[in-house]
Design a protein around this ligand. Structure first.
Ligand code: DC
Length: 223
């Protein structure tokens, strides 16, 4: 089989990045992080003093966003590290409401995945970007667990915020991403919702790989 798509959507702190990367590795598939694309574009537009309510079509026509050897470049500048900041995450969520940003990135994501096997991670992959994906997963976890995971992740990077500070950031992000009118974050009707609260990463990866392998078998045997 030459073309196979796994969409993994879910909110901040649901574990989707870790899980999506490991699933791709286990199944020998490519991995696409669409949040990284929103982050890179948002940082770039912000650096040009543009805001999410501006008409951004013209500016977006002059943006060249691409992955090379696993690194993300925007107009030739490598931004893989810069985009990981909390500010980049907030800006990405802000600019993600802009119709021109969404349409440009949706098109680019579809182009990247048009051939080959991809695990694609985001908020609207199963609903809007790749509605024909063979496997659709929506990962969730309880609010407190998501905050605790983010707290631990930041502590490991030497960034010390309180539980309440992180809870506020995540609350705001959930609200913005799920209430926007265009491509809001939600499970596709045919997505399998997996609650990762209390589960370890290996269990979740195993569960998704088994689902994907069954589906691949099915496609191969035309069942
Ligand atoms: O997954 P992340 O935290 O890197 O995503 C950052 C923001 O980008 C997220 O809060 C909303 C936006 N985003 C989106 O609107 N659609 C996607 N497919 C991926 C991310």
């Amino acid at each position: 089989m030459r073309h196979f798509l796994i969409a993994i959507d879910g909110p901040a702190g649901s574990g989707k990045s870790t899980v999506a990367k490991l699933v791709a590795e286990r199944l020998g598939m490519n991995y696409l992080d669409t949040g990284a694309m929103y982050r890179a574009v948002a940082l770039y537009l912000h650096s040009k003093n543009l805001s999410p309510s501006d008409d951004l079509s013209n500016e977006l026509d002059h943006i060249d966003l691409c992955y090379k050897d696993g690194e993300l470049y925007i107009n030739g500048a490598r931004v893989s590290e810069q985009i990981r900041s909390a500010q980049a995450g907030k800006l990405a969520s802000d600019f993600a409401v802009n119709p021109a940003v969404r349409s440009r990135l949706t098109q680019l994501q579809r182009d990247i995945c048009k051939d080959g096997k991809f695990v694609v991670e985001g908020r609207d992959i199963g609903t809007v970007v790749l509605p024909n994906a063979q496997v659709k997963i929506f990962l969730t976890a309880s609010f407190d667990e998501r905050v605790r995971r983010r707290l631990k992740e930041l502590q490991e990077k030497g960034i010390h915020l309180t539980f309440e500070e992180i809870a506020n950031q995540i609350r705001l992000r959930d609200e913005q991403d799920s209430k926007r009118s265009l491509a809001p974050m939600k499970p596709a009707e045919d997505a399998l919702v997996i609650d990762t609260t209390g589960k370890n990463i290996d269990q979740v990866v195993e569960e998704i790989c088994q689902i994907a392998l069954r589906r691949m078998d099915c496609e191969n045997n035309r069942c």
